[in-house]
Design a protein around this ligand. Structure first.
Ligand code: PEP
Length: 251
């Protein structure tokens, strides 16, 4: 069975104070029979790790360096993330690809660094609006997935978490329809081959309390990656509760 996974990506938001308040507000997710992870900004990772210790909430990072260690000012290594207790790390988030020039090749190196540090990569893939309108959605996703498989292998890809995040739906309020998401997830799972049955496939892009239930109802949506709504404790809690309703998916 694939256990539902809900990840809150806090992006570059918050303060020591607000992070504490947010964690207090979502403490109840620990009682739900799903997996929940939060991705605080780097500077709050250690503090969040201490606060969630023993709660069942997992720690995740928003990105990592493609390098192992050394003279890379400003970068954070996978081993450091593991050292502070991260179990997951996002790789290839569209904001990193678009705003910080992360190419498929670089994302593949980051993916490998995460695995090397014993952290499960959450690979983000997705097309932008022009690519969807041009009918190139699958072409883009296939390229992004193959770039990882070329370096890490399909088996390793299948052991990661894959988040389908159409760029046009991130932070815009425009969610992909459940049918659009399901159609993509089936193709991703088929591409992964026999190992793909156990892979958790998430959806991300303006997920909210209002649309989460119909997303979780899709047979190949095993969880969600939540940006904006993860900053509101009540709304994030509501999304997590709906994930329980989506139930564990058999394979
Ligand atoms: C994200 O940051 O991955 C995301 C999906 O953001 P939002 O939920 O705000 O669209």
């Amino acid at each position: 069975m694939r256990k539902p996974l809900v990840i809150g990506n806090w992006k570059m938001n918050g303060s020591q104070r607000s992070v504490g308040q947010l964690l207090d507000g979502i403490a109840g997710v620990a009682n739900l029979d799903i997996e929940v992870a939060v991705c605080p900004p780097f500077v709050y990772l250690a503090e969040v790790a201490a606060r969630i210790s023993g709660s069942g909430i997992r720690l995740a990072a928003q990105t990592l360096s493609e390098h192992e260690s050394g003279a890379y000012t400003g970068e954070v290594a996978g081993s450091m993330l593991a050292d502070v207790g991260c179990q997951y790390v996002l790789v290839g988030h569209s904001e990193r690809r678009r705003l910080f020039g992360e190419t498929d090749v670089r994302v593949a190196r980051q993916f490998e660094r995460a695995r090397g540090a014993g952290i499960t990569p959450v690979l983000c893939v997705g097309e932008d609006a022009a690519e969807r309108n041009a009918g190139a959605t699958w072409q883009v996703l296939h390229r992004q997935l193959e770039a990882i498989a070329d370096v890490a292998g399909w088996e390793a890809l299948g052991k990661s978490v894959i988040a389908y995040e159409p760029v046009w739906a991130i932070g815009t309020g425009a969610t992909a329809s459940p049918a659009q998401v399901q159609a993509v997830q089936v193709r991703v799972r088929n591409l992964l081959g026999s190992g793909g049955g156990a892979t958790r496939l998430l959806y991300g892009g303006s997920v909210s309390e209002a649309n989460a239930a119909e997303l979780f109802a899709q047979p190949d949506v095993d969880g969600v990656l939540v940006g904006g709504a993860s900053l509101q404790a009540e709304e994030f809690m509501a999304i997590c509760r709906l994930a329980v309703g989506g139930s564990w998916k058999p394979w």
